[in-house]
Design a protein around this ligand. Sequence first.
Ligand SMILES: Nc1ncnc2c1ncn2[C@@H]1O[C@H](COP(=O)(O)OP(=O)(O)O)[C@@H](O)[C@H]1O
Ligand SMILES: [Mg+2]
Length: 317
Amino acid sequence: MTSQDPTNPSPFDAEPRFDSVEELRTALRNVDYLSDEGIAGIVYLADRLGKPILVEGPAGTGKTQLAKSVAEVLGARLIRLQCYEGLDESKALYEWNYKKQLLRIQATKSDTEGQNWDEIEDDIFSDEFLLERPLLEAIRATDPVVLLIDEVDRVEVETEALLLEILSDYQVSIPELGTITARQIPMVFLTSNNTRELSEALKRRCLYLHVDYPDMEREKEIVLTKVPGLTESLADQIARVVRSIRQLELKKAPSVSETIDWARTLVLLGVEQIDAETATGTVNILLKYQSDIQKVVKEFAAEQKSFSRGGILSPEA
Ligand SMILES: Nc1ncnc2c1ncn2[C@@H]1O[C@H](COP(=O)(O)OP(=O)(O)O)[C@@H](O)[C@H]1O
Ligand SMILES: [Mg+2]
């Protein structure tokens, strides 16, 4: 377990998972993930190069979903490490099961006199007493896995160091056990909402993918895929209005997930045509800051008054 089996081929020689970028795009579409050439291209390349992907971009643009959808395409198990401030080795990599170790020590004490400390020590620092956390679990997996290290910008920059060995060598060093090397190179996704700069060391190990808000065509396709009962024409209006709103100077622009929620709401309300009244009544689904809501509502109202064309709700916008 601690070293690579010499009869096994190197994990770096593994068969490619995808035949072409186009094939991958289609496969993603079949699991309801609408990618573009850029997204599918990087995933394809990451597989070929055996490198992790750092996916960065605004919240709610499908970064986490990309990892989930790739796992689904591959029929692989998704192993997720959700990052947060204060995350440490014992939650990310592994931890010794102290309680069980103590019990073993006590048990040995009472039933044998002869066992010396070295033997006990070897025993309690063996696999049986190891608690696997997501990173180690991914490294040791023998079935196909996708490792998702989600919202990596939430951990302190010092904690990033925990990830470096895994990301470059696909291995974990445990002082008492030795180095555990992956049998296969899992696909690895790191996501970041860009709340802080990540370290150069981390970035260097990854391919970089910036996922931004989708263009209008793709957003329309996303809502059509995700929202049952939505008409082509309403989807089109939704994508246009959302795009116009994103062009305003806001504290927090609507994300794709909010577009989907808005589309669901409009379908529930039986809306066919988005007018100023409907838009104003439902805008709190898209925007979560009062100042943003006020700004956008004002735009809606101005447009209604002047019956202007080319405004935020206009089909030609
Ligand atoms: N390209 C896409 N194709 C399909 N659904 C998407 C896409 N982008 C975003 N979504 C939807 O938006 C939701 C939020 O995406 P998520 O991956 O959680 O965002 P992020 O991790 O970037 O904050 C997803 O659950 C999914 O339903
Ligand atoms: Mg996410």
